[in-house]
Design a protein around this ligand. Structure first.
Ligand code: PEP
Ligand code: MN
Length: 355
């Protein structure tokens, strides 16, 4: 299904890359919200985030201030002119947020993983024209993420963006949530005009990782960033270790190198021509290899041999892996390439044998 999308404009114009959304993980008190918001506005931030309903992994944690936080967000809007956004997870949240005039809604990772919850939120959004940001589901399932986006789009919402916040894993060594960049990259390939916003705070889980993750997202051509920022991060009631002060946020943003997405210089076209030639040659050689492989298939059939000759397969993987190191390539990379080639060879030989 193709999504019917319209661009999300800020003050009537398409925002410059990156669109930045910043604010605390949670709205805690009116003072904390206002102080953070004023500082962020003074740094030129245009969209303010704060969670008022907080999905927590275990009971007993801070579950958000609830509807009491909505007037604080209205105050942010009035006093700073920033757009405001909060997380919604149920139809009731949607109704309350819309009643309070929240500008943009986001859907959290635990909600986008649950089709029933997604449909409930989507039903509450029928006929409502508000931008909706859909975080990736906690599990690395692109189809589930696209399904969540489709449900929102089917409700008639056209201003939609995706938020990449990483994926849960048992092993939390470096990242709180693994980035698995190939998933948002594939999302971009499948739905090219869908803006993608990176959430380095929830991917990294710690302050030091925010700057490099932001840069990576920009280098991959993502459209925006959603970053948790708090006036006093160490005392935050949720996600303290990943929040940064508005000052630090401003510093991180000032260091970002934003490369142009399309910059076709002559040099680049010449290099790309060379790459195209290499790719042509690779395909020619592969096709020659497959022809030989089919001949081997015929031989195996005539001599009643099995297709899979494990010793020979291991020999190829080892030999090519070490050769790859000498040529400056990662052995795992060449192993993957030869596994794929071998799989296709086996498939072609099966065709011969079964003829
Ligand atoms: C959040 O943005 O504060 C949040 C709860 O995020 P996620 O749904 O990505 O865990
Ligand atoms: Mn958070």
């Amino acid at each position: 299904m193709e999504l019917q999308l319209q661009p999300i404009l800020l003050d009537g114009v398409p925002p410059k890359r990156p669109i930045v959304i910043a604010g605390p993980c949670s709205a805690e008190t009116e003072e904390q919200v206002m102080s953070t918001a004023r500082q962020l506005a003074s740094k030129g931030i245009k969209i303010f985030r704060a969670g008022i309903w907080k999905p927590r992994t275990k009971p007993g944690g801070f579950e958000g201030v609830g509807v009491a936080g909505l007037p604080w967000l209205q105050r942010v809007r009035q006093e700073t002119g920033m757009y405001v956004t909060t997380e919604v997870a149920t139809s009731k949240h949607v109704e309350e947020a819309l009643k309070a005039g929240i500008d943009i809604l986001w859907i959290g990772a635990r909600t986008s993983a649950n089709p029933f919850a997604m449909q409930d939120v989507a039903d509450a959004l029928k006929g409502v024209d508000i931008p909706v940001l859909v975080k990736n589901p906690v599990n690395p399932d692109l189809e589930l993420w696209i399904g969540a986006l489709e449900r929102i789009n089917n409700a008639g919402v056209k201003r939609i963006a995706a938020i990449h916040r990483g994926f849960s894993s048992y092993d939390k060594k470096i990242y709180r949530n693994l980035p698995q960049w190939h998933i948002p990259i594939e999302l971009r390939r499948r739905i090219p005009n869908l803006p993608i916003i990176c959430d380095p705070s929830h991917i990294g889980g710690k302050r030091e990782l925010i700057a490099p993750l932001c840069q990576q997202a920009m280098d991959l051509g993502f459209n925006g960033l959603i970053i948790e920022s708090h006036c006093n991060p160490d005392c935050a009631w949720s996600d303290a270790s990943q929040q940064v002060t508005p000052d630090v946020l401003d510093y991180i943003l000032s260091l970002l190198v934003i490369r142009k997405e399309k910059q076709s210089t002559e040099n680049l076209s010449a290099l790309r021509k060379q790459i195209d030639e290499c790719d042509d040659n690779i395909i020619q050689e592969l096709s020659k290899r497959m022809r030989i492989s089919r001949e081997i298939g015929t031989y195996k059939k005539e001599h009643d041999m099995t297709i899979l000759q494990t010793d020979r397969y291991n020999e190829i993987l080892d030999k090519r892996g070490s050769q790859g190191i000498l040529c400056g390539m990662h052995p795992e990379f060449l192993k993957k390439v030869f596994e794929a080639i071998h799989e296709e060879s086996v498939r072609q030989q099966m065709e011969i044998i079964n003829k």
